[in-house]
Write a protein that binds this ligand. Structure first.
Ligand code: HEM
Length: 250
């Protein structure tokens, strides 16, 4: 029971830091003024075009594809794998399990391997390419290592040391009602969960913020229409001392 309560507390803290921290970051991004019209050209000249540009960036990593095919390949393997793994995990948190979550289960499993291959590729690049090694910080390695450790502990449960999935589900379904249902005392599960909680805690302070951040990037989300429409930065978001004099924002 001690371990169950301890993990319940860890997850309350982790979820609170993740939700509040991420929320605060997103508000800060949304409030940051974009004083200049700086879309990377060639850029769309309509809103619909910007939506299309964003979609190809978010789903296909368009600009990365143009920049470097290897990083694109490993990046896409990791991110698509991660997305499918997370969707597969919904069965632990939803009751009844929606049909589409049941249907993607087998794909989610292949996705775990895609995720690992992508992570290993990206990690090798950070160490083997001298130029990249030079600009890599400890946090770059930490993030790759953390995801890899989560994926490997997860896969070890799927293939080597099975855990009681129903008990895991009962534990998580109980958390919102402050019901502490016993968590299986299985080392790989506890390690998997501890690493996941760690990931949630550092997410709002890490480079993983590129996920929400990409939507707020002025070089990507601006319409290229400076001749048709005067660009006025939303200075109302700035604190008074930062306002440029005479900008006419009343
Ligand atoms: C609180 C959140 C999580 C819980 C309760 C959880 C639980 C589990 C369990 C019980 C398994 C074993 C599945 C089986 O035996 O069939 C598993 C596998 C796995 N987990 Fe998690 N996990 C969580 C979060 C995550 C996250 C955030 C990631 C990725 C960053 C992840 C990646 C994986 C992978 C790659 C596998 C192996 C493939 C699979 O069975 O889907 N897990 N997880």
């Amino acid at each position: 029971m001690f371990v169950t309560v301890l993990f319940a507390l860890i997850f309350y803290v982790a979820i609170a830091i993740f939700v509040v921290g991420l929320g605060m970051r997103i508000v800060a991004y949304a409030r940051a003024p974009a004083p200049l019209k700086i879309p990377t050209t060639p850029a769309p000249t309509t809103r619909a075009g910007v939506v299309r540009r964003m979609a190809t960036e978010v789903f296909l990593f368009n600009s990365l594809f143009k920049a470097n095919k290897w990083i694109w390949l490993f990046g896409i393997l990791f991110h698509v794998g991660l997305a499918l793994v997370l969707l597969r995990h919904l069965r632990y948190f939803l009751e009844p399990v929606p049909t589409w979550v049941v249907l993607i289960q087998p794909f989610g499993l292949y996705a775990a391997f895609a995720m690992v291959i992508g992570l290993v590729g990206l990690a090798i690049r950070r160490v083997a390419v001298e130029r990249i090694r030079y600009i890599s910080s400890p946090s770059d390695h930490l993030m790759l290592g953390l995801f890899l450790a989560i994926a490997l502990t997860g896969l070890s449960m799927t293939y080597l040391w099975h855990t009681d999935i129903s008990a895991v589900k009962l534990f998580f379904l109980g958390l919102p009602r402050f019901e502490f249902n016993p968590l299986p005392l299985q080392p790989m599960l506890l390690l998997h969960l501890l690493l996941v909680a760690g990931l949630m805690i550092i997410f709002p302070f890490s480079k993983l913020l590129h996920a929400p951040g990409v939507f707020f990037s002025p070089t990507r989300n601006q319409v290229d229409n400076p001749r048709e429409k005067r660009h006025v930065a939303k200075v109302k978001w700035m604190v008074a001392s930062e306002r440029p004099a005479g900008n006419g924002d009343k």
